[in-house]
Design a protein around this ligand. Structure first.
Ligand code: PHE
Length: 446
């Protein structure tokens, strides 16, 4: 088999891993769940979960991949033994990859649709009521929603087909810095808005009345989703990391960057919301209904709207390629097929599966499994079951099977060292326990 490609530099890895982590989870989901669960208190719990669960599990995932230098299923065999039962975590990861990408790409398509509307100046000069109908009119038009989803998937497939260095690495090298520049521009802009102070207060002054158990569990789940954990993206990306990189350092960079971007996105969005009388607890439509209405009322709103949807599009694309990469690497290595052919086969399969999600808003809206449309089913199944379960398995595998040996290699310190102990016991017990509590609670809720 041809020798495996590797990231050209450490920075390339950090940009790609951050590109995967920073996505719609940061720009769309994080602000709206923060709004729903009352702001500061939720942010605090989320930060704690990121530090004590997300960060250690991220290190373990990258380590498993880096050591095995192979795809997400075989990585468990390489690190353990042939036919290791732990490879079930790899299978779950592949399944999650298919399911997440199929609905993620549909939302990516909405972003493209709104980007086009922003460019065509369809917000300014239109009434709020009219702008609010844009999302519904997109939903009710099956062709439109499917075509945007296909366009988004075509972009994703093209990049993955080009391979690691010419595809994923180049994309992230270009988009991640651009994304940061756009976000900083938006931050500076929001600094001058009247609602900036209130937004910062909302995000950082804890008010626990709206948090509740539900909010805490959402924070645990989101810590996984936003760092792309629990399904082998970081195992796969880690498998292209050749040198003896210091994992706490690279994982730390990725965690900090991802968290910063989520927080800045939150500040920007809530500054706009508070300045123009929006409602922070609007839920999932915050980005697609509330914001466009506010863009239409803001000075310079035309540019801000374009910048915002461009940012969301970049973030979505760099995450989507990481999802497809997991599946493609596996297929390519097990079936020894060409990269282009594999990217096409896997990508088209996801695209077709995604049609079910796209139709969940129109033709198939009445078709429900367990009370959920395909879109909601795939979202719920992955974010609330497969990712946490996969994360728990990976964490247990790292903590118990690889154990102190791996921890010592990673920290470069004896096992009695505080950081070594923290890494060992978060992966052995704390992270899996949090996940278990979350799953039991969900099941009891029905
Ligand atoms: N982390 C991405 C986001 O925040 C989503 C994602 C989850 C990507 C799992 C890959 C794997 O949008």
């Amino acid at each position: 088999m041809a020798t495996r490609q590797h990231w050209s530099t450490r920075l390339a890895f950090i940009l790609a891993a951050s590109g995967s982590a920073v996505g719609l989870g940061n720009l769309w989901k994080f602000p709206y769940i923060t709004g729903t669960y009352g702001g500061g208190a939720f942010v605090l719990v989320y930060l704690v979960c990121t530090a004590i669960i997300g960060f250690p599990v991220l290190i373990s995932e990258i380590f498993i991949g880096q050591k095995a230098q192979t795809n997400v299923v075989k990585a468990f065999e390489e690190n353990h033994r042939r036919y290791s039962p732990w490879r079930i975590a790899g299978w779950m990861g592949l399944l999650s990859g298919f399911l997440i990408l199929s609905f993620y790409s549909v939302v990516g398509g909405w972003v493209l649709d709104f980007l086009l509307r922003a460019i065509l100046n369809q917000f300014a000069g239109h009434s709020g009521a009219e702008i609010e109908t844009y999302l519904e009119s997109l939903f009710s038009n099956a062709w439109r929603i499917i075509i945007w989803h296909f366009i988004f998937m075509a972009l994703t497939i093209t990049i993955v087909a080009k391979g690691l260095n010419k595809g994923l690495e180049r994309l992230n090298n270009l988009l991640m810095p651009s994304l940061s520049v756009i976000l900083l521009f938006l931050l500076v802009y929001s600094f001058f808005l009247p609602g900036f102070g209130r937004a910062v207060g909302f995000m950082f002054v804890p008010d626990i009345t709206k948090l509740g158990v539900e909010g805490i569990l959402q924070a645990v789940g989101h810590a996984f989703f936003t760092l792309s954990l629990g399904m082998g993206v970081m195992v796969t990306y880690g498998s292209y990391l050749s040198e003896n990189e210091s994992l706490p350092r690279v994982a730390g960079n990725v965690t900090v960057l991802n968290t910063l971007i989520a927080l800045i996105a939150g500040i920007v969005i809530f500054s706009i919301v508070f300045s123009y009388g929006g409602e922070p607890a609007k839920g999932p439509t915050l980005m697609f209904q509330t914001l466009p209405v506010l863009f239409s009322q803001m000075p310079g709103g035309y540019l801000v709207a374009i910048a915002f949807f461009l940012l969301a599009g970049f973030a979505a694309l760099t995450s989507a390629v990481s999802l497809l990469e997991v599946v493609v690497t596996y297929w390519e290595e097990t079936h020894r097929k060409s990269r282009v052919g594999t990217a096409l086969i896997c990508g088209v399969t996801v695209a077709l599966l995604g049609v079910l999600c796209a139709l969940s808003f129109n033709l198939l809206s009445g078709f429900k499994i367990g009370g959920l449309t395909f879109f909601d089913l795939f979202d719920t199944l992955t974010a609330q079951l497969l990712l946490p379960l996969g994360g728990a398995l990976i964490s247990l595998f790292f903590g118990w099977v690889l154990g102190s040996q791996a921890v010592k290699v990673i920290t470069g310190k004896p096992i009695t060292n505080l950081f070594s102990q923290v890494l060992l016991w978060t992966t052995r017990a704390i992270a899996p326990l949090f996940i278990l509590v979350m799953l039991v609670y969900k099941i009891m809720q029905g």
